[in-house]
Design a binder for this molecule. Structure first.
Ligand SMILES: *[C@@H]1O[C@H](CO)[C@@H](O)[C@H](O)[C@H]1NC(C)=O
Ligand SMILES: *[C@@H]1O[C@H](CO)[C@@H](O)[C@H](O)[C@H]1NC(C)=O
Length: 805
């Protein structure tokens, strides 16, 4: 498999670096059109258990969502499932297989409702049309629950697009909706049953309160309120039930499911919004289809049979693509990896809306108190195509997480990665170069975020992981160019699918680099200017060896937290000081600079290349000049202590921050400091653990104190970087290192990789979830459950990194 990657990447660099092939604009357009088409439709409302919307369509897009509840009890409705929510305590939910270009299979196990739901989603080959199939069965057939499934569809229509566009024709098992979207044209949606019985054990309460039929009501909901479908349903149902009760009819106990059918008791005229409700008797499994077809499409999905064929094709294609990219022999581990990758990709969403920004409030750099950002204005709308850290808990874009998500997805589909990178880079502000740390666009996204975290501030930065990802891509390309094996011919046999076009036609990467360069330069300037540290006092101590421009700190830390660093409660200097310098901020500046240098190289801009190469060199030197303690053999944050003779004081904590120069590959390959990194990581008394490298040394005074967030627990994103760096420094023999260090590094690599895999797999096999981090003492999952954001990097650990060095 490595050979495959090698030959693939070789073909990139062959063209990228040899000569800047001139790109025919018709070709770029073709490529773009393909991307647009294959990524148009998907369950992009990843905050919902299942919710579909198109990408890049902002004016009156068709939106749908699926909800369900148990209608055998009156409490069922209050537990209506809609947005992914850990409070629902589902036994399991998520994708077993998924790729937004193709479709996939999501499985939901909801034992409180005795329900096993499987949803297959598939698309026509040209991406224009799609369908999904919902299959439900009881988990325990001796239990009598009555699942009621509610779907809503909305055109987000403005007045004038409404009634005439949405007509219906229906019998008891089939519903047809017709619609129109200004950007996508006319379409129709067919909802049809395949099997199962509606619930009909009790008499109907009214003609429109009859669970033995599909119920369909339509009315108008303003576009920006559609996401409140759950509240709307509950309040309409409440009114309906009240009316039934007040009519004085004695209700038959078996008729509760009929009472819980939503009705249009106010006689609202039909409009853009539809509820379709089906209540099933679980005496037998049920199955129904929803099929969307664009009017006049060449590739209409004409029937359930055709959808079945598409679903089978999709499922087998997903298998093939996964196997093409990852080589995992152990079947159990392979299923774990497939599912984990599917859930990372299943988090990909399309977001559109305004964001809240406070550009006025000054941060407190004297007392480092927490500052309320309460002078926010609403800005935008903006759009974002991105994955999310966790569909349940963090269903929005995170700048610091996304680069890690892409490091994983890069191994599966480079084109998709570029598409997401581009969306983020498009958000770089024209005037300032800023990008928000969290992209919380629109009310739907905001509804999941506590007020105090909704507001973004343009002084706050975050680790530029997106540039790490871009840098990785370019580095590997150039490395492979220098190695002399592989050929472009070999590549075409690997391809076999429409993805990774970028790798087949590397000039696309050049054209991408050219396009994003001006934005990235602005972003780079904003980042380095805003986070630059105060170096006057250090110059007195360190003299000429210091490069005063290349020293950084995270602006916006408080007494207890440094949220901008991404390592929230990792211990920093106490007390805080405006003159402290953060090691990880400098290391991340190094990553950004290296990435800019690489882009300049790809674009043949030699002057810029030289400039960035010089800055990178300065950064590498400053790591040693400012942050290295020769006494301890360790890198640390530093601060100024006026009372000490030395003035510069090392902030002595061993953990993820002190490993950053290694993790981000800034340490030169022949550095004699590598042995100390290996020593620290392999030390069981400090950072080595049975479940991965700990975030903070066991010997640290802050170890396991406070929130115990980045003060002990094992994080997969960082552990991935450690493994990747060990491979980078030691795979080819670690020539410049002494044999003892090389041997130790290899042992460490082997043990660490094994520990991470076996623990994460064990936890997943036990309870079906991947976690935000893992307890360093027990290996148990901790933090947010179903965190298939950067924890999904376990797939690369399993399927990309070598088993041993
Ligand atoms: C692809 O979609 C984007 C966003 O809607 C659009 O700006 C671009 O023109 C489209 N490209 C092509 C070739 O259709
Ligand atoms: C759920 O149903 C599917 C078939 O639709 C079956 O393969 C799977 O084993 C079921 N899962 C559970 C936990 O019952």
């Amino acid at each position: 498999m490595l050979l495959q990657i090698a030959s693939i990447l070789l073909s990139i660099c062959a063209t990228v670096f040899a000569d800047n092939a001139v790109l025919n604009s018709a070709e770029t357009e073709d490529y773009e059109r393909n991307m647009n088409q294959s990524l148009l439709w998907a369950p992009y409302r990843s905050n919902c258990y299942f919710g579909i919307r198109p990408r890049f369509v902002n004016e009156n897009p068709m939106m749908m969502g699926l909800m369900w509840f148990d209608s055998s009890s009156a409490e069922g409705v209050s537990q209506l499932r809609h947005f992914v929510d850990t409070g629902d305590k589902l036994d399991k939910y998520g994708y077993e297989l998924y790729d937004p270009r193709l479709g996939g299979r999501e499985v939901i196990i909801d034992s409180a409702n005795n329900l096993n739901l499987t949803i297959h989603f598939a698309k026509s080959r040209n991406g224009e049309n799609w369908g999904f199939r919902v299959s439900g069965r009881p988990l325990d057939s001796s239990k009598s629950k009555v699942p009621s499934l509610v779907m809503y569809f909305s055109q987000n229509g403005e007045k004038g697009h409404l009634n005439q566009d949405l007509t219906k024709r229906q019998d008891n098992h089939h519903t047809n909706l017709k619609g129109f979207s200004p950007e996508l044209g006319n379409y129709d949606i067919h909802i049809g049953d395949i099997s199962g019985n509606y619930y009909s054990r009790g008499p109907a309460l009214a003609q429109d309160a009859d669970s033995s039929k599909t119920s369909h009501i339509s009315f108008t909901v303003p576009g920006d309120q559609v996401w409140k479908a759950r509240d709307i349903f509950q309040s309409m149902l409440g009114e309906s039930v009240q009316q039934l009760l007040s009519s004085g009819n004695k209700m038959h106990p078996l008729s509760l499911p009929s009472a819980l059918i939503v009705r249009n008791i106010n006689n609202f005229p039909s409009g853009n919004f539809h509820f379709i409700q089906k209540t099933f008797d679980l005496d037998q499994p049920f199955e129904f289809d929803v099929i969307y077809n664009k009017k006049g499409s060449q590739q209409r999905i004409k029937s359930s049979d055709e959808l079945s064929t598409l679903i089978s094709w999709t499922v087998s294609e997903l298998e093939v693509r996964f196997n093409n990219k990852f080589d995992i022999e152990d079947l159990k581990l392979k299923v774990f990896a497939q599912e984990t990758l599917a859930n990372l990709m299943g988090g990909i969403g399309y977001f559109y809306g305004t964001q809240m920004v406070d550009r006025e409030t000054e941060l407190d750099e004297e007392h480092f108190e927490k500052i309320e950002l309460n002078r926010a204005g609403e800005e935008g709308p903006l759009q974002l195509f991105s994955s999310v850290p966790s569909r349940a808990f963090f269903p929005r874009g995170f700048y610091w997480d996304e680069g890690f998500h892409l490091l994983q997805m890069m191994e599966y589909d480079c084109d998709l990665v570029l598409e997401i990178l581009q969306s983020w880079f498009d958000l770089i502000e024209e005037e300032t170069g800023w990008v928000a740390r969290e992209l919380i666009l629109g009310n739907e996204a905001r509804s999941k975020v506590p007020q105090e975290f909704q507001i973004q501030n343009p002084n706050i930065a975050n680790p530029p992981t997106l540039l790490l990802c871009f840098s990785e891509l370019l580095t590997r390309a150039s490395d492979l160019q220098q190695s002399a094996y592989g050929s472009t011919e070999e590549f075409s046999t690997v391809a076999g699918s429409q993805t990774d076009e970028l790798l087949r036609r590397p000039e696309l990467l050049t054209s991408f680099a050219k396009k994003v360069y001006p934005n990235l330069l602005k972003h780079y300037t904003w980042w380095t200017d805003s986070q630059r540290g105060f170096t006057e006092e250090y110059m007195e101590i360190l003299g000429d060896s210091l490069h005063p421009e290349e020293a950084f700190r995270w602006v916006g830390r408080t007494f207890t937290h440094c949220l901008p660093s991404g390592l929230d409660d990792y211990p920093r200097s106490q007390p805080p000081d405006v003159a402290e310098l953060h090691l990880d901020a400098l290391a991340w500046a190094g990553v950004m600079t290296r990435s800019m240098k690489q882009i300049a190289k790809v674009l043949d801009m030699s002057e810029e290349y030289e400039k960035f190469a010089q800055i990178e060199q300065n950064i590498v030197e400053n790591l040693d000049t400012i942050h290295w303690s020769e006494e301890d053999h360790c890198y640390y944050d530093v601060t100024i202590d006026d009372d000490s003779d030395e003035m510069r004081e090392f902030v002595r904590h061993e953990g993820y921050v002190s490993l950053m120069p290694f993790a981000l590959k800034l340490e030169p390959k022949n550095s004699n400091k590598l042995q100390w990194f290996v020593e620290l990581m392999a030390d069981e008394g400090r950072l080595f653990g049975d479940y991965g490298i700990l975030s903070l040394s066991r010997k640290d005074e802050y170890f396991e104190t406070g929130e115990v967030y980045w003060r002990g627990p094992v994080w997969i994103n960082m552990n991935y970087l450690f493994l990747d760096s060990l491979a980078y420094y030691f795979e080819d023999g670690g020539d410049a290192q002494d044999t003892k260090t090389v041997e130790k590094a290899r042992q460490l690599y082997h043990d660490l990789r094994k520990n991470l895999i076996s623990n994460m797999h064990r936890v997943w096999a036990e309870d079906g979830y991947v976690y935000e981090n893992y307890n360093h003492n027990t290996g148990k999952g901790s933090g947010v459950q179903h965190f298939t954001g950067w924890s999904a990097l376990i797939v690369n650990i399993l399927g990309r990194l070598p088993e041993s060095l």
